[in-house]
Design a protein around this ligand. Structure first.
Ligand code: 9UX
Length: 72
């Protein structure tokens, strides 16, 4: 099911970091749209939750050195 969620992001120190996080999210399997706002240190992703989980998104972002803060 297509769902859209937003998350705080930690570790971004410049606008290029935000581009990297956005690209990683956008290229994660199941994700159909993603954005990162450097100023507010937040990210959103629209994804098929039968293909990708929030944990998959968190792990993808963590793999490039940033953290998505997800509800547990
Ligand atoms: Mo934001 Mo960097 O830096 O190498 S992309 S600090």
């Amino acid at each position: 099911k297509l769902t859209k969620e937003s998350f705080p992001v930690t570790g971004m120190t410049c606008a290029a970091c935000a581009v990297s996080v956005e690209s990683m999210l956008a290229n994660t399997k199941g994700v159909v749209g993603a954005g990162v706002n450097f100023a507010t240190q937040t990210a959103w992703a629209q994804f098929d939750n039968t293909v990708a989980s929030v944990e998959d998104l968190r792990q993808a972002v963590q793999s490039i050195g940033y953290d998505l803060i997800v509800d547990v």
